[in-house]
Design a protein around this ligand. Structure first.
Ligand SMILES: [Zn+2]
Length: 150
C-alpha cells in the first residue's frame, strides 16, 4: 500500500477506476496503471463500482463488460445518462472477441472497446490519449455532449 501512496503522491496521476470481477485481472491492471503513474481504484462488482464512482469520480473508467448481477453494459448506459458521470471516458473490455460486443459497447456509450487478451502497451497508450486530450473519439463525444446539452 505504501508504494502505491508514495508513487501517487509523487506523480499526482489521474484517477482511474478499474471494474473487473476477475480479481487476477483487476490486480494486474492495477499494478500496471500504478506503475505508469496513475492512481487506481479497483472494483470487483457493479455495486462496488457504483459506490466508488459516487464517492470519488475518476477521470477514466476501465470496465469489464462481463460482470455478474448488473452487467457492464448496463453500468455504462446508466453512467452515460448521468450528467455527473457522462463525461468520464469508458474503455470497455470483454473476453470474447465478438463483433456484437463492440457494437453493444458503443451503443451503451463506451468511447472505447478492447477485446481480451489485449496488449498492455496498447491499453496504456489508449488511457494516456484519453486523459491528455489527444483522443479523437473522446473529443467527438465531448463535442456531442456540448451540443446536445446547449
Ligand atoms: Zn478516448
Amino acid at each position: 500500500m505504501t508504494t502505491v501512496d508514495v508513487k501517487a503522491g509523487r506523480m499526482a496521476g489521474e484517477r482511474i477506476l478499474v471494474v473487473d470481477d476477475n480479481l487476477l485481472n483487476l490486480k494486474l491492471a492495477t499494478v500496471l496503471l500504478v506503475r505508469a503513474g496513475y492512481r487506481v481504484d479497483g472494483a470487483a462488482s457493479a455495486n462496488e463500482a457504483i459506490a466508488q464512482l459516487e464517492r470519488e469520480p475518476p477521470q477514466l473508467i476501465i470496465l469489464d463488460l462481463r460482470l455478474p448481477e448488473i452487467g457492464g453494459l448496463e453500468l455504462a448506459r446508466t453512467w452515460k445518462q448521468d450528467p455527473r458521470f457522462c463525461g468520464i471516458p469508458i474503455i470497455a473490455m470483454t473476453a470474447s472477441g465478438l463483433r456484437a460486443d463492440e457494437e453493444d459497447a458503443r451503443l451503451a456509450g463506451c468511447e472505447h472497446y478492447m477485446a481480451k487478451p489485449f496488449v498492455l502497451a496498447e491499453l496504456l497508450e489508449q488511457v494516456a490519449r484519453c486523459l491528455n486530450g489527444t483522443c479523437d473519439v473522446c473529443a467527438r463525444a465531448r463535442t456531442r455532449r456540448a451540443t446536445t446539452t446547449a
